[in-house]
Design a protein around this ligand. Structure first.
Ligand code: CTP
Ligand code: MG
Length: 555
């Protein structure tokens, strides 16, 4: 049986699909590569959902012989794609060419019987490869090549960036290093699809879609997996009753409100995930949140999952971010750099609290790019003007209409470099009138704050909501102070030229790498965190500058 082996040089999902460069002609049109040409966000989503439905996830012995493994599986049908990764053991994602192959695979798969324990006979697509012998699966070979699903440590990133020759290259390198890979995106869709099989016990026609950073182009390897249980596509929902004659309709349970309905659906599905979902651990039902959710860890993939329902506005904002990120290469680069910088300085956190979220930071970068003298990004109102009839979307009374076809968008000829933009981003927010102004990407200009929150970012599709309502004054002050400090650092020559050592691996952090130093005192050789905290910013910068100079002299 033939199978297409996984192409080791998988094209990165988002890295290569834009060709808008600073040398393009004025009013250039957006261009994407042939693979995704003219494909809207939803077309890409539907394709990936369909691929995931033809895929299985298999736990394998560490030294599995890839060829024998694929030969064994191909008895069920042609294999389109396969890759291995590690997460509490070795796993393989196998995508068959046809969905029918799964029927054959399920027929030949046993339910384990374990002594002294009972198992729930739920036939999922999460499987284990067993070898009862005498097949030699290692065949003298080493373990299969695994695709990384997590990113490198910040210290390794700093070292990597320090070896680059310009800040522009550093920013590109950071983006390349952090962005989701094609395989990781496949795995995210597969986990959604595995969960759909559980939800399908109640709602056979439902879909579980990833949203947020898994699909909006700004996801970093290791980011959480936001999922949305979509019941809208269930046939019969929009079926119009005839005005005359007989017709049938389903008898349904009524709930007090849409929210109450969502809560009970999530409660039941959450219970199923907890009781029957293989690999799903630590299930928490957080049903009283503004957006009720079920949170759990999916061990085989290593993803932290948030399952929501009835969350179509968030899906729209994911589509909007995807569109903005695809318009100009610099958008994603700047967002990745700012998010990484913010994380390195604990401006953002993986746990929720009074700090700025990644989503808020992304909107802030988009706004900044709309506010350039020659705007790099169009306003949301402009994207709405370009919308065609099929783009029309009103969700819960909110107009979420905007163009989905990239090729209809004309961009202005802004030629600023990534280095300039990063510098100006820090200056822009280091001096922004947060006390009285609100950030508004729909209008593309600041507006008077409608409420007293320290940071006000209008939700693009729900104008009454503030995306950053959670942020307190202290966190905003820290953000502003760091913006000022970073803007100042980038103006110093010592910081923005490479610091080359005599040998390899002897590059002192400079440029973006210096901005990411988690503790300035580390560079200055001071160990005490407390001591550093008491020092004023200018002292710390002086220390960092001195240390860079010393390193230069030594090398
Ligand atoms: N969202 C929103 N309003 C908020 C917070 C979130 O509309 N105040 C939506 C956005 O579409 C966001 C998604 O919910 O992308 C998921 O939220 P979250 O996981 O917090 O952000 P991500 O964009 O996924 O970023 P991260 O990598 O930090 O998970
Ligand atoms: Mg997320």
């Amino acid at each position: 049986k033939c199978f297409k082996k996984v192409d080791s040089c998988f094209q990165r999902k988002f890295g290569t699909n834009t060709t808008a460069t600073k040398t393009d002609a004025p009013n250039k049109k957006y261009k994407i590569d042939s693979k995704d040409r003219n494909k809207s966000f939803y077309t890409v989503q539907e394709e990936k959902i369909e691929q995931a439905e033809r895929s299985v996830l298999i736990s394998c012995p560490a030294k599995t012989n890839e060829k024998k493994f694929l030969n064994y599986l191909s008895r069920h049908g042609d294999i389109n794609k396969c890759f291995f990764y590690e997460s509490y053991g070795t796993y393989a994602v196998v995508e068959f060419s046809n969905k029918e192959s799964l029927t054959s695979l399920h027929e030949g798969t046993a339910i384990p019987s374990i002594n002294h324990e009972a198992t729930v006979p739920f036939k999922s697509r999460l499987l284990s490869l067993r070898n009862a012998g005498p097949v030699d699966m290692s065949n003298g070979q080493s373990a299969p090549q695994c695709q990384p699903q997590t990113t490198i440590h910040i210290n390794d990133l700093i070292q990597r960036l320090s070896k680059e020759d310009s800040i522009d290259q550093q920013i590109s390198s950071l983006t390349e290093t952090y962005q989701l890979t094609e395989e990781n995106v496949c795995l995210r869709f597969l986990v959604c699809s595995l969960l759909k099989d559980i939800a399908a016990a109640y709602f056979p026609e439902c879909t579980i879609r990833p949203f947020g950073s898994s699909v909006n182009g700004f996801g970093k390897l290791g980011c959480d997996l936001d999922m949305f249980l979509d019941l809208d596509g269930i046939s019969g929902r929009n079926l119009k009753r005839p005005k005359a004659g007989l017709s049938l309709e389903y008898q349904t349970k009524r709930s007090a409100s849409e929210r109450a309905g969502t809560q009970s659906i999530l409660s039941v599905i959450g219970e199923c995930v907890d009781q029957f979902g293989p690999g799903c651990v630590g299930v928490q039902k957080i049903l009283q949140a503004r957006c009720p959710l079920v949170r759990f860890a999916h061990q085989p993939s290593g993803f932290q999952c948030d399952l929501t329902a009835n969350n179509r506005v968030a899906m729209k904002s994911s589509e909007l971010l995807y569109l903005y990120g695809g318009l100009d290469r610099r958008v994603r680069c700047l967002v990745f750099s700012v998010r990484c910088w913010a994380r390195a300085h604990s401006i953002t956190s993986s746990i929720s609290g009074a700090w700025i979220s990644n989503f808020s930071l992304t909107v802030m970068v988009l706004f900044f790019l709309q506010r350039r003298t020659i705007p790099i990004l169009p306003t949301l109102d402009h994207l709405k003007e370009l919308a065609g009839p099929l783009d029309k979307s009103v969700i819960e009374g909110n107009d979420c209409t905007f163009v989905s076809d990239f090729t209809k968008i004309r961009l202005q000829d802004n030629t600023e470099t990534l280095e300039q933009l990063l510098q100006e981003f820090f200056e822009f927010y280091g001096t922004f009138a947060f006390n009285c102004m609100s950030i508004n990407i729909r209008k593309g200009r600041e507006q008077n704050k409608p409420e007293v929150s320290p940071l006000h970012i209008q939700n693009p599709f729900e104008p009454a909501l503030n995306v950053s309502k959670n942020v307190n004054g202290t966190q905003l002050e820290r953000f502003v102070a760091l913006c000022r400090e970073s803007a100042w650092m980038l103006q110093q020559r010592e910081f923005n030229v490479p610091h080359r050592g005599s040998g390899t691996g002897n590059n002192a952090p400079w440029g973006l790498a210096a901005l990411l130093m988690p503790s300035v005192s580390q560079v200055a050789g001071v160990k005490s965190r407390k001591k550093r905290k008491r020092e004023p910013a200018s002292e710390r910068i002086k220390g960092l500058l001195e240390s860079l100079k010393n390193r230069e002299v030594k090398s």
